[in-house]
Design a protein around this ligand. Structure first.
Ligand SMILES: [Zn+2]
Length: 240
């Protein structure tokens, strides 16, 4: 039943603010899709170049470490391409420049689905204020998908227009799609562990399992990720 309700796209682009954002949130779905043959690409708006408390670390050094960790995580997930836009960590804004960068990449890779973060999420629960970079990346990604990437007269020098068919917004408080992670939760945890500079001695597995169980509970799934999915244009096979 799940397959008919949640058709797996043939290609997908994951747009996130920082290395590790996708592994904390949506990577179980990414792994599920790549296992089914989906060609996936990651786009990181920043390289997390402020993401350290280690004395003596520089922006350049931590960015290089985190890019390498993201590539390693992508290898675990079966994601072939990773693009780093290298905006500064901590000051990301949903500018026209960022939107245009994303339009260029969407027109180049032509993904059927785009996954991003929820720009409307300010708080999670009673103990987390969402990072402004996450909101900025999500806003720029959504604005790039619709309508910008599909508009022939907008930035024609950035490539042929492309219409993304499915927009998946992770971390939404109004989810409408639950993805069963029975087969890929462990892969998600393995990929997250590749972000060693962010984990330190901490083992993320317990927290990730707890989140996945809480998310799945509502739909009778042992493990799940949930999304707000916007179907921008239904594929011909879904029309009656
Ligand atoms: Zn982040």
């Amino acid at each position: 039943m799940e397959a008919s309700q949640n058709p797996i796209p043939q290609s997908a682009m994951v747009i996130m603010a920082h290395p590790d954002d996708a592994e904390f949130t949506v990577a179980g779905t990414v792994a599920k899709w790549t296992q089914a043959g989906c060609k996936a690409v990651y786009v990181l708006c920043t390289s997390g170049n402020a993401g350290t408390h280690e004395p003596g670390m520089t922006r350049e050094k931590i960015a290089a470490i985190r890019e390498e960790e993201q590539r390693a995580a992508c290898q675990v997930l079966g994601v072939k391409d990773v693009v780093f836009l290298r905006h500064d960590d901590g000051t990301l804004q949903p500018t026209l420049e960022l939107r245009r960068d994303l339009v260029r990449l969407i027109r180049y890779f032509k993904p059927e689905a785009v996954i991003t973060e929820d720009p409307t999420a300010l708080f999670y629960g009673d103990d987390y204020i969402n990072h402004p970079d996450h909101r900025a990346a999500g806003q720029a990604a959504i604005d790039a998908v619709a309508p910008a990437a599909a508009m022939p007269l907008l930035w024609p020098e950035e490539g042929e227009p492309h219409r993304v068919r499915q927009m998946y917004v992770g971390g939404s408080d109004k989810p409408n799609v639950w993805i069963d992670l029975s087969d890929t939760l462990e892969i998600k945890i393995e990929a997250l562990r590749r972000h060693k500079s962010q984990m330190g001695e901490w083992d993320p597995s317990e927290m990730i399992r707890k989140w996945a169980a809480e998310t799945g509970k509502e739909k009778g799934l042992a493990w799940a990720e949930s999304f707000r999915r916007i179907m921008l244009e239904r594929p011909p096979r879904a029309k009656s």
